[in-house]
Structures are given as structure tokens and as C-alpha cells.
Write a protein that binds this ligand. Structure first.
Ligand code: ATP
Ligand code: MG
Length: 586
């Protein structure tokens, strides 16, 4: 049996952690004191992009590399803070030249590449509300989001425009301007669009940043759609403080770090931590413009000397599947901190990091709505594999029960309940677009209700149990799917596991499992019985699955989250619901 705790020796940390995770440090923390690290606009106010880019460009880090872009074809381009500041100013000025007003909604449909950064940061400098879209979306999900978000400007590549936007353009009367670029460099000529490169070249690289403030809208992010139709969460420029603080304390970014966030730019992680947080901390970000490839990723970690790496369980699963030999083909002497977000990180994955890469993986938890990391396994904190860690400084969390009559009880340690956060904190969302009532329902008194079930142990660590919609009620027990899935994943044959509750007249619900197998294994009645037996031994008969089906792969959102609701819909013959974020729809 592996130990329950991964303790860290000071020598193995290589740096002094930014967050010592002590009671004294927590007591001394204040948002106001941290806010002193931001500059504010020269004429007053606060702008996310000014803090992320111009502040450094004007200071002593102007020549420091902000972005290291790795092209699909092996080319490599470095962009300093100074250059990024000038380019994003050009972008802001070209928007102004088109008559785009502050507050206008700018949608960014880009693969990873410099244009993405210019669009998001330049748009924020011009005072636009920026909404990144996932480039793998088809025309319908794009049209829905552009309509709901009342997009008036769209930045995209010529190829994406042709494939996805041209056909829906007529349905989008509010979309006034489309800015096109070509990923291969040739100037695209498409009627009804502007040539980004030409406008950039003609724009001035000096710009007065729009006079936004802490409460001005900044970004519109759509949730992953794991539990239903995606919601549009509206954020504000004040989130700069949250991104700064979490980059410093949860990801432990130090000035000389080389940081790599692998999240797709279409999701909140790809913006908060793929773009904003590392820039707010003034570090160098590696931006890989190619798709996932295990060998390529290991080579990047080694060659680019990545020191802090932020990834997701879905990517870690793929790396685990690719085998340890591939990982051992490289060396990672610069890598010092690995973190993961987006889904529960099974203990197996934490240990895989320790055993194969020489570093455990630090799980952290947050949501589109929270704007940034809330709970984390920080560098200084011993890891309990399977736990999401503890609240960051400045964040107060609790496990609560919210009664139908509105009463809210704070629950004792070790009790299962809903994870709640005391509001407000800098960077929290301010609205669900077009759904005021739904937004209001997220709050009870001082607390924001996350919709996730969890428990806190007596050491203050939080453990994810499941989405409130996914939890299974069986013979008086509440069963979290994560616990059952983690047990199945311990079996060497299992690559992925998902469990759902099936209505049962006797016990309320029974547990049904779906698994996909690793490459060397084939479904068979013997393996079926072996897996059920393994789960029974690990979990006991009350919690273990009663049924198990093999599937070639499990349905996931494009951000890698298991769509248990779809498995359940298929199993029970119910409507499938919104599938706009489903990966590989068939
Ligand atoms: P939707 O709200 O549309 O159903 P979603 O909740 O998946 O989609 P996101 O905001 O992208 O959309 O994801 C946040 C959710 O992801 C969290 O509420 C939680 O359920 C899950 N999650 C994130 N990080 C972790 C983690 N470390 N452990 C367990 N679950 C996590
Ligand atoms: Mg959600």
C-alpha cells in the first residue's frame, strides 16, 4: 500500500514557496496588501491587459520574454513584454479605427497562436468584453454563443471562418466586424471581412488604455456544459488581483520561471492561466500551437526547460496511457512544480507524476464562475493524493447544507455537503448572461454555492465527492462517483471509468459502471467479473457497482470532463440534452 501522504523535503522544492501555508501567513494575508503589487492605470482605474503587459513593458521587464510560441511546423518565436505591449496597442487602436466602442463584445475564435493573445489582450485594452470560443466548435454552438453574447466583433482565422462562420454569418445581424488572419501568413481576401495584418500594420503602437475599473466587465466565459446547457459567466477587470494572487500562491510562479499551461484557449483555464496569470506575474509562457502528442509534450518539457506546468487529468490520462518508457526518454531537471485542474485527479495520477516524472501532481479546484483557483495543493503543503487541497489565502470555504426553506447550515468536518465559498472575492463572476434568476440561486446569504459535493477532513483538506447532479443515492448511502471510479482505475486493465446511478425500486439507485480498457486488454466475461470483484473488494458491496459495461471510450466534453449525464440518458432512454461541448459527437 502506498502512503496516504506525500510529504516534501525542503531540498526537493528547489525554491522557497511563495505561500508557506502557515497559520501566521494566513492571518497576515490581505487582498488590499496584495493589490499594492498592481499599478492601476496612470489616470486611475484598473485594466487587466495593462496590468498583464504594459506594466512590465514600462518597467524593467520590457525585454523579458512574455511568450515563447512553438509552431506546428517546429518554428519558434519569442515575444517580449515590450513587443507584446506594442502589438496589443495596435490591436486596440485598430478596433477603435473601426468605430468599436468600449463595452462591445469581441469574440475570439482562434487556435493557439499570437493572434489569440493580441485579440484577448488588445480587446481588453480597448475596453471590449472579450469572449474566447473553442476552435473545435461547429457552426451551431458558435452561432448560439455569438447570439447569446451579442457579439459585434469576431477575430478568427481564414480557415476557421470558411469552415464554420461563413454559413452562419447571416444569422448574426449584430456581428458587424470580422477580423481575419491566415495561419500560413498569406493575406486572406474574403468579402465582408477585414484583413487583420493590414489593419495591424496601419495602426499606431501607442495607445491610451480604456479607462476601465475593478467592476467593469472584461471577459465572458461559457461553462463546459458538463451538467447541462453551457452558461455565459461574466467577469470583471478586478479579476486581475485574483489571477495575480493565485498565480503566485497556487502555481508558485517565480520571476524566472518558464510556465506552460496546456489548457485550450476556448476554456476559462486557457484564459485565466494560459494568458493572464503568467503575464501578471511577469514570467515566460510556453505556448504550444500544435495538438496533443505525448512524445512532443515530453520533448517540450525538456527542451524548453519548463519549470512550472499546469495541465489537466485528461492530458495526464493520455500520457499515462502512452507508457512510462516515452517519459523516460527525456529528462526534466528544470521541472519543479506540476498542477492539474478541471476534473478530479485520481490518486493513481498523483503517484504517476511522482514515480514517472519525479514530482507529484498538485490538484486544484475552481470553476468558470469563480474566475480563478480557490482550493489548491500548494507547493508547501504535503499532498494527500485524491484531495483538492485547502482554500488559498483570502478564500474562505465551507461544506454546507442548503435547505429548501433557504436555511444554510455549515457542516462539521467529515460530513458530506455542498462546497461553498464566502463571497465576495476579487474575480468572482457577476452574472450568468440572460439568466438573472439562475445567478441569484447560486447565492445563499454570504455564501456562493458551487453545486459540487465535497467533504473536509480534520486537517482542513477538501475531498471532491461529485457534482450534486451525479451523486448516487443507494440504500441510504450517498455514493460519490469519483470514489468508485478511482477504485476501478486501480485495476491494470482500466483506462477510463465512469459510474452513474440507475433507479432501483428496492434501494433507490444502484451503481452502474462504464469502463474503457487499456490497449492490451479486450472485453471478456472473465474481465467483467474480475472488475466487479475488484471493486467489491476495494469498496464493499454497498458502494461497488452492480453492473458494468465496456465502451471503446467514454463521452467527454471538449475540455475533457466526463459527461455522466449522457451515459445516464442513454442507459435510461432519456433525451440527450445539449451536446454542443461533446467531444467527437457521432
Ligand atoms: P457546466 O457548469 O456547464 O455543467 P462545468 O461545471 O464542467 O460545466 P467548468 O466551470 O469548466 O464547467 O468546470 C468546473 C467544474 O469542474 C467544477 O464545478 C467541478 O465539478 C469540476 N472540477 C474542476 N476542478 C476539479 C478538481 N480539481 N476536482 C474535481 N472536480 C473539479
Ligand atoms: Mg459548472
Amino acid at each position: 500500500m502506498r502512503p496516504k501522504l506525500i510529504d516534501k523535503l525542503p531540498a526537493s522544492l528547489r525554491v522557497t514557496p511563495n505561500w508557506p501555508d502557515s497559520a501566521e501567513a494566513r492571518a497576515a494575508f490581505s487582498w488590499a496588501a496584495e493589490a499594492e503589487n498592481l499599478h492601476g492605470l496612470p489616470a486611475g482605474g484598473l485594466n487587466l491587459a495593462y496590468e498583464a503587459v504594459d506594466r512590465h513593458a514600462e518597467g524593467h521587464r520590457g525585454a523579458h520574454v512574455a511568450l515563447r510560441l512553438l509552431g506546428r511546423d517546429g518554428n519558434r518565436r519569442e515575444v517580449s513584454y515590450g513587443e507584446l505591449s506594442r502589438l496589443t496597442s495596435r490591436f486596440a487602436n485598430l478596433l477603435r479605427g473601426l468605430g468599436v466602442q468600449p463595452g462591445a463584445r469581441l469574440f475570439v475564435l482562434c487556435n493557439r497562436g499570437l493572434e489569440l493573445y493580441l485579440g484577448v489582450l488588445g480587446g481588453l485594452k480597448a475596453g471590449c468584453v472579450v469572449s474566447p470560443l473553442f476552435s473545435a466548435f461547429g457552426p451551431e454552438p458558435l452561432a448560439t454563443r455569438l447570439r447569446l453574447g451579442e457579439g459585434s466583433v469576431l477575430l478568427t482565422s481564414a480557415a476557421l471562418y470558411r469552415r464554420k462562420v461563413a454559413a452562419i454569418r447571416e444569422q448574426l445581424p449584430l456581428l458587424e466586424h470580422v477580423l481575419l488572419y491566415d495561419e500560413d501568413g498569406a493575406a486572406p481576401e474574403v468579402p465582408g471581412t477585414h484583413d487583420l495584418q493590414r489593419l495591424l500594420a496601419a495602426a499606431s503602437d501607442a495607445c491610451v488604455v480604456a479607462p476601465t475599473g475593478r467592476d467593469s466587465p472584461s471577459l465572458l466565459h461559457f461553462t463546459s456544459g458538463t451538467t447541462g446547457t453551457p452558461k455565459g459567466a461574466l467577469h470583471v477587470h478586478g479579476a486581475a488581483l485574483l489571477h495575480y494572487v493565485t498565480g503566485k500562491y497556487a502555481l508558485d510562479l517565480h520571476p524566472e520561471d518558464i510556465f506552460w499551461c496546456t489548457a485550450d484557449p476556448g476554456w476559462v483555464t486557457g484564459t485565466s492561466y494560459g494568458i493572464l496569470a503568467p503575464l501578471l506575474l511577469g514570467v515566460t509562457s510556453v505556448v504550444d500551437c500544435a495538438d496533443f502528442d505525448a512524445e512532443r509534450w515530453y520533448a517540450i518539457l525538456e527542451r524548453e526547460q519548463v519549470s512550472v506546468w499546469y495541465t489537466a487529468p485528461t492530458a495526464i490520462r493520455l500520457l499515462m496511457k502512452a507508457g512510462a518508457e516515452l517519459a523516460h526518454g527525456h529528462r526534466y531537471p528544470h521541472l519543479r512544480f506540476i498542477a492539474s485542474v478541471g476534473e478530479p485527479l485520481n490518486p493513481e495520477a498523483v503517484w504517476w507524476g511522482q514515480e514517472v516524472l519525479g514530482l507529484p501532481i498538485h490538484d486544484n479546484w475552481w470553476q468558470t464562475e469563480t474566475g480563478g483557483i480557490m482550493l489548491a495543493n500548494t507547493l508547501a503543503l504535503p499532498i494527500k493524493p485524491g484531495s483538492m487541497g485547502k482554500p488559498l489565502p483570502g478564500i474562505e470555504a465551507a461544506i454546507v447544507r442548503h435547505e429548501a426553506d433557504g436555511r444554510l447550515d455549515i457542516l462539521a468536518d467529515e460530513t458530506l455537503g455542498e462546497l461553498a465559498l464566502r463571497q465576495p472575492w476579487p474575480g468572482m463572476f457577476r452574472a450568468y448572461l440572460g439568466q438573472d434568476e439562475r445567478y441569484r440561486r447560486c447565492f445563499a446569504g454570504d455564501w456562493y454555492l458551487s453545486g459540487d459535493l465535497a467533504r473536509r477532513d480534520s486537517d482542513g483538506y477538501y475531498w471532491f465527492i461529485g457534482r450534486s447532479d451525479d451523486v448516487i443515492k443507494s440504500a441510504g448511502h450517498l455514493i460519490g462517483p469519483f470514489e468508485v471510479e478511482s477504485a476501478l482505475l486501480e485495476h491494470p486493465a482500466v483506462a477510463e471509468a465512469a459510474v452513474i446511478g440507475k433507479p432501483d425500486p428496492l434501494v433507490g439507485e444502484t451503481v452502474k459502471a462504464f469502463v474503457s480498457l487499456k490497449g492490451d486488454y479486450r472485453p471478456s466475461p472473465a474481465l467483467h467479473d474480475e472488475l466487479l470483484g475488484h471493486a467489491r473488494k476495494r469498496l464493499g458491496a454497498a458502494v461497488a457497482p452492480k453492473e458494468l459495461d465496456f465502451l471503446p471510450s467514454l463521452p467527454r466534453t471538449r475540455s475533457g470532463k466526463l459527461m455522466r449525464r449522457l451515459l445516464k440518458a442513454h442507459e435510461l432512454g432519456l433525451p440527450e440534452g445539449d451536446l454542443s461541448t461533446l467531444e467527437n459527437p457521432t
